[in-house]
Design a protein around this ligand. Sequence first.
Ligand code: NAD
Ligand code: DAU
Length: 354
Amino acid sequence: MILVTGGAGFIGANFVLDWCAAGEEPVVNLDKLTYAGNLGNLAALKGNARHLFVRGDIGDRAQVEALLSVHRPRAVLNFAAESHVDRSIHGPTEFIQTNVVGTFALLEAARAYWSALPEPERSRFRLLHVSTDEVYGSLGPHDPAFSETTPYAPNSPYAASKAASDHLVRAYRHTYGLPTLTTNCSNNYGPRQFPEKLIPLMIHNAVTGKPLPVYGDGLNVRDWLYVGDHCAAIRTVLERGRAGETYNIGGGAEMTNIEVVRALCRILAELKPGREYAAQITFVKDRAGHDRRYAIDAAKVRRELGWAPAETFESGLVRTARWYLDNEAWLAAVTSKEYQTWISLNYAGATIPA
Ligand code: NAD
Ligand code: DAU
């Protein structure tokens, strides 16, 4: 069996759902259920004996050690994190706590468990750490895409906390020999993403007649990857990746933010006609320290492990928009009072232009 952390969040839940659909191997899912974790994401697994949900914190070493010793997983996959850049700007403390201190505690628990494993389980064990392309910093318009050897230059408290966690994972491999795998991925989108991130926030605001708040000049570039393709890449790295290696994962779909928002408006006009969605676009104050461009060179994972994304940006965006339109109850459940407080804090002063 495997142990997944953060499996009630966006990518973790998609991963667990795909995992349970694809095979028979059980999964223990450890999640703290922060504002971003949602058991509704796992509703389809109710009654599935191969999925065990446990509420808890990766920073609670005793709890993680107990889970490892009871369930004896062949792998630990670490999705758990504070993940939203804007939140890290308003309040970095939780980011340091979970992403740095929490990852450290998880590594310590995994090291103790793995050190005591008999062969061949010891050689087969893997700890896969899910990280981000933001650790590499920001690219100029003509710079080559981030590769696994690009130097780290994180710019936000979120990116710095993820970089710190990656360094700890690297050190545990180098010093103790722990069989680690690290994946650094570009921007994900798809079903079940909390509507604080660009694409679900725009869909939610569009259909509820609210402003579509584009930061700065809207020309920042992100490299978009459909979440199902990311989950497939993680399964591939887990099964075929070489211990101690890092793999960059990206969709090869660089877009400016304004292009993304306009594409969404076009798709929504077809799927849910009745509003002039593009008229809701409004340019708002820029994010502090806003990275200009991310782009991933995914040649290594393609060449060595044979992974490639299945969705194009357009096909993935249509699937995503359709999912949000079909899952109004999910959106209503997550856009709680706490969500409203976050929106007023982050978007104070944004209005629809006349
Ligand atoms: P998310 O914010 O949607 O979900 C994070 C999950 O982790 C939530 O379920 C939350 O309850 C849980 N969690 C938080 N703190 C925890 C703790 N201390 N112990 C246990 N569980 C805890 O995040 P996501 O977008 O699904 O991202 C998952 C991982 O992928 C993160 O490590 C993130 O850095 C990385 N990543 C995300 C993207 C993206 O575009 N979303 C891209 C690249 C990498
Ligand atoms: O690159 C991978 C990273 O992608 C992950 O590590 C992070 O967890 C994930 O949140 C994401 O970070 P970004 O900051 O790129 O994603 P976000 O959806 O917050 O923003 C995408 C772009 O859209 C960014 O340039 C900021 C802009 N934006 C975002 C919001 C929420 C807007 O213009 N308006 C908005 O309201």
